[in-house]
Design a protein around this ligand. Structure first.
Ligand code: FAD
Length: 632
């Protein structure tokens, strides 16, 4: 007897857990399995980029990350001078000003996974561990509601990998062969058959799911290997609590990232391999990594009496361009892109993959959207992965290259630093922009004229505004919580102008009553008015210009069994009592005395369109009719 679920997630790393959060919060019947008996607690990824923290904020878990993580403020570059001596040549901010309201934070992957697990648990979803898939079949039947069948085995762990033992660092290192990797696996227990509407392989670089689909990673290896360790070092290097990017004259390069709990993450260049040569995993050790680090930072000294975690990896960039099969089985995270870890991108991009996929799967599983929205997952995320690999290819080769000292041949340190700075915005994750598609409109000059700083395809950036009802200063993006709803952000303009107020009232009335309005058409009759598409109103005029009760019903709908009024959908761009503000219209590039506009925001916070009030409902109807399913 098969057990049914809407979505089966294979792999509970960052990509799988982020997906689990979406599906748990949107009430989709989901299972998430992992072959490991325990989760990781040390090492692995640690950099959490600005956009990832914005995403965490949409799940209400950013504060935990900020409290425990270490914020990075500065990057210092150490390079050899003309005599080959190491000197600090320049210092730059780690996060470029105006990138985001959040800053780059570092914290070990295990804790980040804890936050996601807790978030998932509150939605009633827990990871089922020691479970490994055996087979995957997809039925061609168009009538089957759960066409994907996965046989899974409940495992009995053979050996427990101790996370407190730093020698466990080679677990998941790409220098292990598949055979060595499998050695710590488990022996089989009972077999269960699961039938799912959708299956997502979030099972890492060696993805079992990818292999079942017959897809492969393509790319190359740089034949260079690096060590990585988390330690509490003792050194006379002047900088240890800022990020250090260091190129020695002859002994290789090193990256230092100051971490939480006074830990320091080191990435250390160790050696080269001949083409086709396989690195001997058994010959690697923390002592070897420390020895390489000592040579690189000489004449500065380095002692590492306490190593919490270490690993060795080979630099390479690989991409699988197919990420879905029949819109029923998908890949996310390392399962379709791998690269070197120094850019601090792997975990971030992996979670961003499933942040993109989660709401689409939820909408399809619940019958709100047609399966065609799922096509946009690959269209949008493969391009991001391609850019990631291009970035990593450039940075890692310049990082591992011998610097040009005096007249000698080598990598120009100026070129390296310029690339680093240029890629800053991209690395923060805030530069991701999706192309026009089924769920993303084209940008035009007229649309740009309405909101000069809102970019169709990019995420909706935050500005401080004041909540109309309670005078609280709030970040507008905090209202874009990850719950699967679309948003219309109405820049209502000056409510003290009778003409503009009339235009705004007409727009709301049309959105509420016109039969073609997507709010009317796609909100189930018994559901709250804001349950599928929520309207957020931002006035340019201060709160005193119009009393709250004078706003139309659409802007402040009555919800729930007792028809309670909502108080958190109308905002003013006035200066708050204590926290600043009053710059939202100028920040978004919208004329405060102008005609206003409507910004369409997807459930993943990306701006899908910018519309004038005129023809807004008709244009929205054409847009939503392409992929929404009308409720019965
Ligand atoms: P993973 O984290 O690999 O998670 C995959 C999950 O699937 C695991 O829990 C695994 O047990 C499970 N799984 C695998 N196969 C199966 C199966 N057949 N059945 C069931 N479950 C399965 N990134 C950074 O950003 N910064 C860093 O400093 C950094 N350092 C790294 C150091 C090392 C040694 C490694 C290996 C990676 C590092 N990364 C770093 C990369 C980062 O860890 C990954 O990009 C990120 O974890 C990818 O997340 P994921 O969920 O896609 O895959």
């Amino acid at each position: 007897m098969a057990n049914e679920c809407d979505v089966l997630i294979i792999g509970a790393g960052p990509a799988g857990l982020m997906l689990g959060c979406w599906l748990a919060r949107t009430g989709v019947k989901t299972r998430i399995i992992d072959r490991r008996a325990t989760k990781i607690t040390r090492g692995h990824a640690d950099g959490v980029q600005c956009r990832t923290i914005e995403i965490f904020q949409s799940f209400a878990i950013a504060d935990r990350l900020q409290k425990e993580g270490n914020e990075l403020s500065e990057v210092v570059f150490y390079n050899p001078d003309k005599d080959g001596n190491l000197v600090a040549t320049s210092r730059i901010p780690d996060t470029e000003p105006n990138t985001s309201r959040f800053r780059h934070v570092v914290l070990n992957q295990g804790r980040i996974e804890d936050f996601l697990i807790d978030c998932m648990n509150t939605g009633g979803l827990a990871v089922e561990r020691s479970m490994s898939p055996l087979s995957l079949e997809i039925s061609d039947s168009t009538t089957e509601s759960h066409p994907v069948t996965v046989k899974v085995q409940h495992l009995i762990p053979l050996e427990k990998v101790s996370e407190s033992d730093p020698s466990s660092g080679l677990y998941r290192s790409n220098i292990l062969s598949d055979e060595e990797f499998d050695r710590s696996a488990s022996k089989g227990g009972k077999i269960e058959t699961i039938k799912a509407k959708y299956v997502v392989g979030c099972d890492g670089a060696r993805s079992w799911t990818r292999k079942q689909l017959g897809f492969s990673l393509e790319g190359d290896s740089a034949n260079i290997y690096w060590g990585v360790m988390d330690a509490r070092p003792i050194t006379n290097l002047p900088d240890l609590r800022v990020k250090v990017v260091l190129h020695s004259a002859d002994s290789g390069s090193l990256l230092i990232v100051p971490r939480e709990r006074n830990l320091v993450r080191f990435y250390i260049q160790m050696g080269k391999l001949q083409p086709g040569e396989k690195l001997d995993a058994s010959a690697q050790s923390p002592e070897k990594i420390i020895e390489s680090a000592r040579k690189i930072i000489a004449p500065y000294t380095l002692e590492c009496p306490q190593v919490e975690w270490w690993s060795v990896y080979e630099i390479g960039q690989r991409l699988c361009k197919n990420v879905s099969f029949k819109n029923r089985v998908f890949l996310a995270g390392d399962a379709f892109h791998t690269h070197s870890p120094k850019g601090g991108q792997g975990m971030n991009v992996s979670m961003a993959d499933s942040y993109n996929l989660g709401w689409k799967l939820a909408a399809c599983a619940k019958g709100i959207s047609s399966p065609s929205v799922l096509d946009t997952y690959g269209e949008e995320r493969v391009e991001v992965a391609r850019q990631l690999i291009e970035f990593d290819h450039k940075v890692s080769r310049l990082f591992s290259g011998k610097p040009a000292v005096a007249e000698s041949e080598g990598v120009s340190m100026e070129e390296f630093q310029a690339l680093w700075v240029r890629m800053g915005k991209w690395s923060s994750g805030t530069a991701t922009k999706y192309e026009p598609s089924l769920i993303m409109a084209e940008s035009t000059a007229a649309k740009i004229g309405l909101a000069k700083n809102i970019i169709i395809g990019s995420h909706f950036e935050s500005q401080m505004v004041v909540c109309y009802a309670d005078a609280h200063a709030v970040q507008l993006a905090d209202k874009l919580v990850a719950d699967g709803r679309w948003r219309l952000i109405v820049f209502a303009g000056n409510m003290g102008s009778p003409n503009q107020l009339q235009r705004f009232n007409d727009l709301c009335s049309h959105l509420l009553n016109a039969p073609e309005s997507p709010i009317k058409k796609y909100t189930p009759p018994a559901a709250d008015l804001n349950s599928v598409i929520e309207v957020l109103t931002l006035t340019s005029s201060p709160r005193r210009a119009l009393p709250y009760s004078a706003f139309p019903e659409l802007a402040r709908p009555f919800v729930g069994r007792y028809r309670y009024p909502t108080y958190d959908q109308i905002f003013s761009d006035e200066v708050s009592y204590l926290d600043g503000g009053g710059e939202a219209y100028s920040g978004y590039g919208v004329d405060p005395s102008g005609p206003g506009c409507v910004v369409v925001v997807r459930p993943d916070q990306h701006v899908a369109d910018v519309l004038p009030f005129e023809d807004c409902v008709e244009t929205l109807a054409l847009f939503f009719d392409r992929f929404m399913i009308q409720c019965e």
